[in-house]
Design a protein around this ligand. Structure first.
Ligand code: COA
Length: 581
């Protein structure tokens, strides 16, 4: 089918739909819902058989839904309506939530229902629930509904609150007054739920060190205590704040400013001197059930060293890269033979930290420092000679983050992972992280060029078929985590591993003789120097637009197939007939 994804932005859900629907042979194009006129123009150009709207911020005009079958993905259970569905569900401690696929009509979220799917609501932040449970449930709904399209006897059912099992209701936009925290009287559980419900956006507005901040990225602390509301200390980028019955780590802050020009930043970076004055709190000794904050974590089991690096949004600042290099060096000193690199639970890595770069005030210099730190990290993985390295992508990866994984000896991904192995969307950035060595050695130069220039997301299965990664493991991400650990343990115990390690060292030595890694790096960095310090400001402009969430005024042509030169509408369509009938 010819399917148009009409969406506010090409977010993770829209990308996953794009990947899964394309893999099933559908013809996809994407249009950002900028305004009625532009969206209508797109629809007329593409003449879709079906429109799917995964992420909208406004109601669509009748000129679209009245003429084209349009499905809206609503992140709520049947009957739920309103713009803050997940926020209410998380904040109010729902144990089960869901997704409903509605046919667009004149009333927001009240269209006829094509499919619904539910899931247990994990205790996690909103953005994580959206990227995992909501996305999986949305896919289930879309595929169920696509199946029903071919059934002429099927009619989507109207929303009926009298129907047994319809628990949802119309909820208003959640405002800051609904999110407010009283540190003196609210429990840790309440505060944690509030910050989790607001994560991603908009955060919980609060007052800290004399200024107003939106809070994000809260983690419970089970050992330390203090005067409710007091700041107790800092660790890595986070600060610890006492509650009446415990304490919470706050990882990210965004200042409330009249002009709205504020960035979400690691809390210690955002607070500056106020955070520097706090005591540095060392990690406690390991204890069962101990909850605390750590972004880099090393463990060993069954002869396998496991290193996870759970950086918020997968963004890796200069300092985080340097700390990770130290952790990697320590892991490489251990008498293990397999090193499992686990990335983060939500993202493997999204490359250099564009927010800390922007906030540094020295965009070019800090970009340079950050890309060099990423390169050092990639090199540290590449130069692991005594251990077999495995990259386990539990979550999505973008730009330099993908190439970081390719530095490992083998790369596996969980099903559902979406990769964006390209830099160009960030203002024509050339990219580094040794990609000119790592990508062609896996897929050849022709494919490497195509991947880099198409700038489209690639699903894990497609990535495996292309040879970009070695495979997809497990039924879901929980199963993936178990399987990759079992695989790593099997390797560590295998009698053939020494042989494999010897071959790897030989290959590396041969490659080094053919062209030293330092040359690849120098060539890439020469191009990056132009991106950062040259006359073309595209990268700095693109970074600014990205970190300040400047909305698109048009859809980039690599996404909007219908706007490309030479696009022609094929013949009559199925869904238009359905709608007419
Ligand atoms: N630096 C800082 N923040 C980043 C980031 C980066 N490299 N990559 C992603 N983020 C942040 C986003 O700003 C967003 O922040 P939010 O908490 O305010 O929502 C969050 O991570 C999620 O990103 P989003 O774009 O909504 O996720 P997605 O799954 O829809 O898209 C990507 C994933 C990778 C396509 C997209 O985030 C991207 O293009 N990132 C930039 C990659 C890049 O150019 N890196 C630098 C070059 S090495």
């Amino acid at each position: 089918m010819r399917i148009l994804l009409l969406t506010h932005s090409f977010n993770s859900l829209a990308q996953r739909l794009y990947v899964e629907l394309s893999a099933r042979g559908h013809e996809l194009s994407i249009e950002f819902d900028v305004n009625d006129e532009v969206s209508l123009e797109a629809v007329e150009l593409f003449q879709p058989e079906l429109i799917i709207a995964p992420f909208l911020k406004r109601a669509l005009p009748e000129a679209i839904w009245g003429r084209y079958l349009t499905w809206i993905v609503h992140p709520g259970i049947e009957g739920d309506r309103g713009p803050s569905s997940l926020d209410w569900a998380i904040q109010e401690g729902e144990t089960e939530w869901g997704v409903t696929l509605l046919q667009a009509n004149g009333e927001m979220d009240a269209g006829d229902i094509w499919a619904t799917a539910t899931f247990p609501l994990r205790a996690a932040r909103k953005s994580s629930i959206y990227r995992h449970e909501v996305t999986e449930a949305a896919l289930r709904c879309v595929f169920e509904a696509l199946g029903k399209l071919g059934d002429p006897s099927f009619k989507p059912r109207p929303l009926d609150y009298a129907r047994p099992g319809v628990r949802g209701r119309l909820r208003p936009l959640m405002k800051q007054e609904n999110r407010r925290i009283d540190w003196a009287s609210d429990s840790t559980t309440t505060i944690l739920a509030r910050i989790r419900a607001a994560d991603g956006t908009p955060g919980v507005l609060d007052h800290l060190a004399g200024r107003d901040w939106y809070l994000f990225d809260a983690h419970p602390e089970s050992a330390l205590r203090g005067e409710p509301g007091a700041l107790l200390g800092r660790r890595e980028g986070a600060i610890l704040r006492a509650t009446r019955d415990g304490a919470l780590w706050l990882g990210q802050l965004k200042e409330k400013r009249a002009d709205g020009l504020a960035l979400k930043l690691p809390a210690t970076f955002a607070l500056g001197e106020a955070a520097a004055a706090l005591p540095e709190l060392a990690l406690p000794a390991e204890g069962k059930g101990n909850e605390t904050y750590r972004d880099i974590y090393y463990q060993e089991a069954d002869g396998v060293g496991m290193l996870s690096f759970d950086f918020y949004n997968g963004a890796m600042s200069t300092r985080q890269c340097q700390r990770l290099v130290e952790a990697l060096r320590a892991a490489k000193e251990r008498p293990t033979r397999v090193l499992l690199l686990l990335g983060g639970a939500d993202f493997w890595s999204n490359g250099i930290h564009l927010n800390t770069i922007e906030a540094s005030g020295y965009g070019a210099d800090e970009s340079w420092a950050n890309i060099n730190a990423m390169d050092d990290l990639t090199l540290e993985i590449l130069s692991t000679s005594r251990q077999w390295t495995l990259a386990a992508m539990r979550g999505n990866a973008g730009a330099g983050g993908v190439f970081l994984a390719l530095a490992a000896d083998q790369v596996y991904a969980a099903p559902g992972v979406v990769l964006n192995p390209h830099y160009k969307s960030m203002g024509n950035l050339y990219g580094s992280e040794y990609w000119t060595y790592l990508l062609p050695r896996r897929v050849g130069w022709e494919r490497a060029r195509a991947i880099m220039s198409h700038r489209l997301p690639i699903g894990a299965a497609e990535a495996a078929a292309l040879g970009l990664i070695d495979g997809v493991l497990g039924r879901d991400r929980v199963d993936f985590a178990q399987r990759i650990q079992a695989y790593a343990a099997g390797l560590a115990a295998s009698i053939t591993l020494d042989g494999r390690l010897a071959v790897k060292r030989e290959h590396r030595a041969n490659d080094e003789t053919a062209k030293p890694l330092a040359t690849y790096r120098a060539e890439e960095l020469e191009r990056m120097r132009l991106n950062f310090y040259g006359f073309d400001p595209s990268y700095h402009v693109a970074r600014y637009n990205f970190v300040y969430n400047v909305p698109y005024s048009r859809t980039p042509l690599h996404l909007a197939k219908h706007r490309r030169l030479g696009w022609r509408v094929p013949g009559e369509t199925v869904a238009q007939e359905r709608l007419a009938g």
